[in-house]
Design a protein. Structure first.
Length: 186
């Protein structure tokens, strides 16, 4: 196995560990033991705990955004958001949500470790959504503002869903939002 393959294998195992255990208080020794390696090998492959965490979170973000993009191939943004909502709130995907919101909270407390990731994730989502808004109907600044509103609304509803478990109410709220978004994006 090459060094690159081993690094990818360790990264995948770390992703699985984070989904199962979260990121708060992550220590390399327990992580290494859980994924069948040594802490010093993680440092060898990633340089630091922070780089390992950032790399794993980036992998997760790409997977979630790929799911979003797969739903957007021909659909309008409002339909894409509803499809993405169904995907995100499906039971097998809840660990992604829980980890992302945990990291949001950690980034507020520990900007040095998690802030770069969170700022990058927000910029990435903002760009991804703004690119799917009607360029003929609004200028770049308006698309960025609307993309920010979409992110805040979806994040807020996902957090509400995770806190309350009320999928029906939060889905209705998203449906109401997407109807208004469709008018704005027409």
């Amino acid at each position: 196995m090459t060094t690159t393959q081993r690094r990818e294998q360790l990264l995948e195992a770390t992703v699985g560990y984070l989904l199962e255990n979260g990121a708060g208080g992550l220590s390399l020794r327990p992580l290494a033991a859980a994924i069948g390696t040594k802490a010093r090998l993680l440092i060898y492959h990633f340089g630091s705990r922070d780089v390992l965490i950032s790399s794993a979170l980036s992998v997760l973000l790409r997977r979630v955004q790929q799911a979003f993009l797969a739903m957007h191939s021909e659909a309008t943004l409002d339909r894409t958001l509803l499809g993405f909502w169904r995907w995100a709130t499906a039971e097998p995907n809840e660990p992604f949500l829980r980890l992302f919101f945990e990291v949001h909270g950690l980034a507020i407390r520990d900007s040095e470790t998690y802030g770069h990731y969170l700022r990058g994730a927000i910029e990435s989502w903002k760009s991804l959504i703004a690119d799917r808004l009607d360029k003929r109907a609004m200028n770049a600044r308006r698309r960025e503002e609307l993309a920010t509103l979409v992110i805040a609304t979806v994040d807020g509803l996902l957090l509400d869903y995770l806190a309350t478990g009320d999928r029906e109410r939060t889905t209705r709220a998203l449906s109401l939002f997407t109807k208004r978004l469709k008018k704005e994006n027409a």
